[in-house]
Design a protein around this ligand. Structure first.
Ligand code: NAP
Length: 334
């Protein structure tokens, strides 16, 4: 049995379209319908949570709202025979934390089809150090692998490398045997990036060198891009013959501009990644790899832990691109 009330982050919407944040109490009875009620042990902060928590247009429509697109914990009640009380599980994305109360609360209720059993090899805490950022990085590496990019083919560029998706991508690519070149705007974080597996660290300006040209010198066998804009365009133009570029993010821009030349003269592939509606079968495959062959040795050096009480300042920092690695939210101590 769970308590009738729980602690959660609550984002209000004022008539002036301000979005004040407070930590308050919510009732389990007010959670939406769903087969599975979860006691959340850990959540994590993703860029999208910051957009939801600050009322960015088109992210969350219904306020008051509890953000948190990630949650890991133990099942309290399940009306679906696939799950039973006590099972340790992960829920990420779908509508969690968008218009469905999310992981920045100690309970969530969700459809059983959103729930992934925790893979052997991962603790609940580790699963949320990875979280949606880890799943997304894993999906991007899976795309590179499935498109035939092997470690022997050359270097992999990771942009936005000190961020959540970037850090985990660096770590799992290195674990999978790739030579990773981490591109960052934070020169001071070179040692961090080398410590999590980068073979070399370059500034954003090096990626953009000669980017005014339709084609740049061939360098990358593969790319993991979270930035878009001019970084993605330059990465495509400098990808080697037959190479693969994966993209998932828009921290730099929603747009990018390239000619067709990299695609028709070098056979470059550009593959998008979506973690939200990603099919369950693929989700389970990637979580298994994240718990096994790709599991970073150094997860603890990628993470900083907080409770609900000090989460708001992390939300402001992620919006400014100032965070390093991942922020784990401990709901057991909130
Ligand atoms: N498609 C999906 O399913 C999916 C899933 C998860 C995330 N995403 C998206 O992926 C992106 C990254 O998410 P995240 O959680 O990793 O965010 P994050 O932790 O804030 O990391 C983003 C990193 O990008 C770099 N950056 C920030 N602003 C930049 C700018 N203006 N120009 C160039 N680089 C900039 C910074 O790294 P450096 O200082 O090291 O350069 C920053 O740490 C977001 O757009 C997010 O919405 C998409």
């Amino acid at each position: 049995m769970t308590a009738d009330f729980f602690t959660a982050m609550i984002v209000e919407e004022t008539e002036e379209k301000n979005y004040p944040i407070r930590i308050g109490t919510r009732s389990v009875k007010d959670l939406p319908p769903g087969e599975v009620l979860l006691k959340v042990h850990y959540s994590s902060l993703n860029y999208k949570d910051a957009l939801s928590a600050t009322g960015q247009f088109g992210v969350t429509r219904k306020y008051p709202h509890t953000p948190g697109i990630d949650a890991a914990g133990e099942i309290v009640e399940s009306s679906d025979s696939a799950f039973k009380p006590g099972d340790k599980v992960i829920v990420t994305s779908y509508d969690l934390g968008m218009d469905t109360p999310g992981g920045f609360g100690q309970n969530i209720r969700v459809p059983a089809k959103w729930v992934v059993p925790l893979s052997a090899g991962l603790s609940l805490r580790e699963s949320m150090i990875l979280g949606t950022a880890g799943l997304t990085a894993g999906l991007m590496v899976e795309k590179l692998v499935r498109n035939g990019v092997t470690p022997e083919q050359g270097e992999i560029l990771v942009t936005g490398a000190t961020g959540g998706v970037g850090s985990i991508a660096v770590a799992i690519l290195a674990k999978a045997g790739y030579r990773v070149i981490a591109a960052t705007g934070k020169a001071s974080q070179k040692d961090y990036l080398l410590s999590i597996g980068a073979a070399d660290v370059i500034g954003r300006e090096e990626v953009l060198l000669k980017a005014e040209r339709p084609l740049m010198p061939e360098r990358w066998a593969g790319v993991v891009d979270v930035v878009a804009g001019e970084m993605l365009a330059a990465a495509i133009k400098s990808t080697r013959y037959g190479g693969t570029v994966t993209c998932c993010g828009l921290v730099g821009s929603r747009e990018f501009s390239v000619s067709v030349l990299p695609f028709i003269l070098r056979g470059v592939s550009l593959l998008g990644v979506d973690s939200v509606q990603c099919p369950m079968e693929l989700r389970r495959i990637v979580w298994k790899k994240l718990a096994g062959e790709w599991k970073p040795e150094n997860l603890d050096s990628i993470v900083r832990e907080c409770t609900l009480n000090n989460l708001e300042k992390e939300i402001q920092a992620i919006l400014k691109g100032q965070l390093r690695g991942r922020v784990l939210v401990n709901l057991l101590e909130s």
